[in-house]
Design a protein around this ligand. Structure first.
Ligand code: A3P
Length: 272
């Protein structure tokens, strides 16, 4: 049972902590937690429980690679260690740092429709602010400034996948970066996970029986090691209904960026 190993303070015989051979680099709100939890079903995969922020936060990066390793769970030699920090994808300094650590690393990137991602990003910040009793704004009031799209809004910037991808491709070959379709992972997780198994050269071990649709949550949940679990309630929250004109402005703004992204990665995602 893998979960027992994670919580154990003592090292199980034959295991050690390993630097990740694979990193989920983002994107924030793309479905990174779902992807990590679902890959954790695989017996040859162990995952870091928390977001590590090693490569994107300077105060962590200066602590060095041994500190990074010390945060990884114990694993057997035939197992792959994976960590996910969604902020990596959009942080300018990260690609070079990861390349310095391991130039042949395999990276996973989960993306969803950029407009949906903006709304999801807004929703997360909205709830965080509510919880800490800070004032909140309507989506439209942030996204539209003086009648025009507020392209300086961070959530919009993070959805410019072509701009970010360009930086990664300066350091890595396209075949080192596997892109998971976050919209598909929501609707039908197994095929997306099977593609990841192939990309990581792992034997197929994730099965249809590992998933069941939970009507109450409205999302797939995980059945593994004799347990059933859904993601945290902060994953899969209802989004605000956004004014149609504003939606169309966002779709229009992202259209050229998306096209450029599709040609960069030789794949179309059929986003708006
Ligand atoms: P929403 O909460 O906006 O719907 P991340 O983990 O990168 O923050 O991504 C969160 C998103 O994962 C959620 O965004 C949700 O749409 C998506 N997701 C994908 N599969 C899911 C699942 N099985 N359960 C819950 N959320 C899932």
């Amino acid at each position: 049972n893998k979960s027992e190993h994670y919580s154990a303070q003592v090292r199980p015989p034959g295991t050690s902590r390993q630097i990740p051979q694979t990193i989920i680099i983002g994107v924030r709100k793309g479905g990174t937690r779902a992807l990590l939890e679902m890959l954790d079903i695989h017996p040859h995969i162990v995952v870091a429980a928390t977001e590590v922020h090693f490569f994107d936060w300077d105060e962590n990066y200066v602590k060095g690679i041994d500190w990074y390793r010390s945060l990884m769970p114990f694993s057997y030699e035939n197992q792959i260690t994976i960590e996910k920090t969604p902020g990596y994808f959009t942080s300018p300094q990260v690609p070079e740092r990861i390349h310095d650590m391991n130039s042949s690393i395999k990276l996973l990137l989960i993306l969803r429709d950029p407009t949906e991602r903006v709304i999801s990003d807004y929703t997360q910040v909205y709830y965080n602010r509510l919880e800490s009793h800070k004032p909140v704004q309507h989506f439209e009031d942030i996204v539209i400034k003086n009648g025009a799209l507020n392209t300086k809004y961070k959530a919009i910037q993070r959805s410019l996948y072509d701009i970010h991808m360009e930086r990664w491709l300066k350091h890595f070959n396209l075949n080192q970066i596997h892109i998971v379709d976050g919209n598909t992972l929501i609707k039908d997780p197994l095929p997306e996970l099977q593609k990841v198994e192939k990309f990581l050269n792992l034997p197929p071990r994730i099965l249809p029986s590992n998933f069941y649709f939970n009507q109450t949550k409205g999302f797939y949940c995980i059945r593994s090691d004799g347990r059933e679990r859904c993601l945290h309630e902060s994953k899969g929250r209802p989004h605000p209904v956004v004014n149609n004109t504003v939606l169309e402005q966002l779709h229009c703004y992202f259209r050229e960026h998306n096209k450029r992204f599709y040609s960069m990665v030789n794949h179309s995602f059929h986003w708006h």
